[in-house]
Design a protein. Structure first.
Length: 291
């Protein structure tokens, strides 16, 4: 049945499934009872190990050459993945889920700015206008977080968006490299760093189940998302990440009553709207250039 779909339908389905799988990740993080660094260690070790084993099972003959051929871009990307993993958990540890995900939704805009700086790609005027609009909304949310002493978490969320934006820029600069091994390496590097801060390796059965679910939310979701760009453009894949920004806080709100503040809702809706308009414009522009 899947083979009967058009490329656009295949890519859209893969991106949608991948992002929908990852949306409960923030809720699972909130439900786990272990501390921040223990969580970071297991959240990186379990998916990283599962993906590593899966990669060697499905691509046994080319697995080692794939890992050896990632080069400097792949190693740099792995470090950026590690940075995004660490800052994401620190963001959720210091602010609301809604605030953290709203900051991370700035990835497309930040990636465009990095592409301008490092790849000399001239952004469209709409990118600069949208960037300014997002900056105003971020300041608006930051101001409330400062009053509530949650600005550190918002800052980590913004830093996470910068790491992810830089990662996308690296991958865009080297389209011929298979970055899946780089992602796996990044997860395992994160576990290697976090292990030095782990207080205890003992976890209860409930936490073990929740952490095991992250193999799906963090690991399997990546497989779908990484395959989607083979059928649709990166902006088209990126627009689906707005689902995580919108649905992630709703999962947490519904199950554990962590409600976002009014200013977070206003600022978040403003940012999501801006990024949707920007992504939609870039998709239409890219399609028109293909014709």
């Amino acid at each position: 049945m899947f083979n009967k779909l058009s490329n656009t339908q295949k890519g859209t389905l893969l991106a949608f499934i991948g992002v929908m799988i990852v949306t409960p990740d923030s809720l699972i993080i909130r439900l786990v009872s272990i501390d921040t660094w223990n969580l970071l260690f297991y959240r990186s070790l379990f998916p990283g190990t599962a993906l590593l084993i899966g990669y060697f099972i499905f691509f046994s003959s080319r697995a080692i050459p794939d890992f050896m051929s990632i080069g400097k871009p792949g190693l740099l990307n792995a470090v950026l993945i590690m940075g995004s993993n660490i800052t994401f958990i620190l963001a959720l540890a210091n602010t609301d889920v809604a605030n953290a995900l709203i900051m991370i939704s700035l990835v497309p805009i930040i990636a465009s700015i990095f592409s301008f700086i490092f790849l000399h790609e001239k952004p469209q005027l709409i990118t600069w206008i949208c960037s300014l609009g997002c900056l105003i909304a971020v300041i608006y949310i930051f101001y409330e977080s400062y009053e509530l002493n949650r600005y550190l978490g918002d800052f980590y969320g913004l830093l996470c968006a910068a790491f992810v934006g830089a990662s996308l820029t690296v991958m865009r600069s080297s389209p011929n490299i298979n970055f899946v091994p780089s992602y796996i390496l990044g997860k395992l590097l994160t576990a290697c760093v976090a292990v030095f801060f782990v207080n205890s390796f003992i976890i209860n059965s409930t936490d073990l189940i929740l952490l095991s679910l992250m193999i799906v939310t963090v690991g399997v979701s990546f497989v779908f998302i990484s395959i989607a760009p083979q059928f649709i453009s990166s902006p088209e894949v990126g627009i689906f990440f707005l689902l995580e920004t919108a649905l992630g806080p709703l999962w947490v709100w519904f199950f554990i009553s962590e409600a976002p503040t009014q200013k977070t809702l206003i600022g978040g809706i403003f940012i999501i709207t801006i990024i949707f308009i920007h992504s939609y414009y870039m998709i239409k522009k890219e399609r028109s250039e293909r014709l």
